[in-house]
Design a binder for this molecule. Sequence first.
Ligand code: ATP
Ligand code: MG
Length: 183
Amino acid sequence: MRALYIGRFQPFHLGHLHVVNLILKYSKEVIIAIGSSQVSHTEKNPFTAGERFLMIKKTFETESVDLRRVNILPVPDIYRNALWVKHVETITPPFDLVYANEPVTVRLFRESGYEVRGPEFYKRNLYSGEEIRSRILKNGDWESLLPQGTAQVIKDIDGVERLLEIIKSDKKETSYREMENSI
Ligand code: ATP
Ligand code: MG
């Protein structure tokens, strides 16, 4: 059995790791599809697909996840839901079942005939991309929500600086726009 697990992994956190370990209990192999792979350097999607790949790979190395059972692939958006499943199928090896929670993703894969399982959320109030990005911006404790491999990549690429700068330039753009509108 080969299972598909899709996410944006901005960044890859302990909730994601929990799901991967659960999948590997029931399936021989997992495909981790890094969604919205073309997007980076925004508040909601700060990291590139390559950086997210590294977070996942480093985490699996340090957490002793068997890399022979894991495939990690980037999947860009196509903004066309009706073709989404086909699009994913052209990028990944064949898979037998899908792990997903997001309602549209669940519906699209079910409509294409796949079995979809919704993994239970694991400490969702803590382990969520949004919570982690907001802690990074507020200089809070973000590291404890991440596997060590992910935290290391964020430090290596100056990820905290990057997020702070993205926010600063977003604010600048907004205030320019407000100025223009008031002229
Ligand atoms: P964001 O807040 O940026 O959306 P996220 O934490 O939801 O980040 P995604 O990359 O959107 O992360 O999630 C990928 C998949 O992992 C989704 O199916 C999501 O429901 C699931 N997931 C996210 N957090 C957890 C968690 N704590 N426990 C179990 N599954 C999770
Ligand atoms: Mg999400």
